[in-house]
Design a protein around this ligand. Sequence first.
Ligand SMILES: CC(C)(COP(=O)(O)OP(=O)(O)OC[C@H]1O[C@@H](n2cnc3c(N)ncnc32)[C@H](O)[C@@H]1OP(=O)(O)O)[C@@H](O)C(=O)NCCC(=O)NCCS
Length: 446
Amino acid sequence: MTAETKTETTEFVSWFRSVAPYINAFRHKVFVIGFSGEMITDSNFVHFIHDINLLASLGVRLVLVHGARPQIRFRLDESQLETPTVMGMRVTDPAALQCVKESVGRVHHEIAALLSMGLPNSPMANAAIRVTSGNFVTACPQGVIQGVDLMHTGKVRKINAPAIHSRLEQGDVVLISPLGYSPTGEIFNLTMENVATETAIALHAEKLIFLLDAPMPSVNESIAFPRELTVAESKALLKNNKTKPAIPDNTRLSLQSATRACELGVARAHLINRQTDGVILQELFTHNGIGTMITQETLQALRKAKIEDVGGILQLIEPLEAEGILVRRGRELLEIEIDRFAVFEHDGVILGCAALYPFPEENACELACLAIHPDYRDHGHGNRLLKYIENQATTMGIHKLFVLTTRATHWFIEHGFSEVTPAELPKTKKGLYNYQRRSKVLVKQL
Ligand SMILES: CC(C)(COP(=O)(O)OP(=O)(O)OC[C@H]1O[C@@H](n2cnc3c(N)ncnc32)[C@H](O)[C@@H]1OP(=O)(O)O)[C@@H](O)C(=O)NCCC(=O)NCCS
């Protein structure tokens, strides 16, 4: 094996291992993916279908909601039908509805055909995806707005979530069009965003993903559009409306829809620019993603560690232990002492940890194993973890915190600690002091 092939193999193995946690986390989770009619006409669309196939084979339960705006527009122009719009909504009269049914039907079948491909030597080989559609969406008319009857332009009234869930449980990919049916037997023209959002809410989906036709605008000359937004931040951004250029109408609709979905229980919503090949895989299987993610609450949390965090903590501290920066702790010890740990988590990944060991006889506590992932240092996370630990100590009624460190002496001094001799350690700790390691002992009065 040449050096080059060896590096490639090592990179491949480490990349494959890095995506494994996502594969485990996504299995049997429901993702609703909304994409526009524009995307279907794109040469990249077949690659998107391959990525959908890949997600389905990894056990993700997929609901695809497609749009058909350009196809409908084209068909209306072809039929020379004038259709007025009211507040951005097109009036769908009976003649226009005919065009809508034809266009949506054609697009729907084209997508189903692409999903059915199974050519050898292609990513779809042996895929055998089963695509299901049905009357899952009950709709009602938008009604009369500003004195204009929107006729067959409607909105979602109800989603038949049990029916969709049962198809997903059988391993089918559910494909939904932007048409809804009323109990009176009428057909309504809906927006893809409305259908995808209400479907995600009704299914309590793990993710609602919108593929956008344009990149997100910058907030201003020097600040890019945020990569993460809470529901409150997203609402503020929509209200302020200060981005440059202004948020395009379709993107605004997707952002509003994604925000509503998260407010009503969808765990995460993602807005990603569809122009790059493989966007959906990049967004889902890399830590930073490439789009904008909306969540109900902030993704970052400082909290007490749980037994499930042991693996994440070990991944974080093992390289530091190997370098001799932290004292070695095995998995077993960590499992026993997990209640002593606090973690800094971001989107389910442990990026920092610290432990607190009380010495009640001396009315003191030891701060140990403080570590922040190297890629996330210098952002104040170490400081926040320290504050969290100090707070824990004071709520226990303890006002003396000490730490042993070999490499971060100055960091602790800058955070109010002073150097003392090992003789000042609590009795039981003094007996364990490793004179070969020669750690510095620092103390802070809380
Ligand atoms: C020490 C540590 C926890 C700090 O985490 P962090 O998230 O980067 O800390 P903060 O962002 O709150 O502080 C960053 C500041 O501290 C400084 N700093 C970081 N590590 C330092 C160190 N070892 N010595 C001195 N200063 C340090 C940075 O330069 C930065 O300074 P600035 O604000 O002037 O730019 C982190 O560097 C780490 O995990 N180190 C390895 C483990 C370790 O030594 N733990 C201590 C033993 S228990």
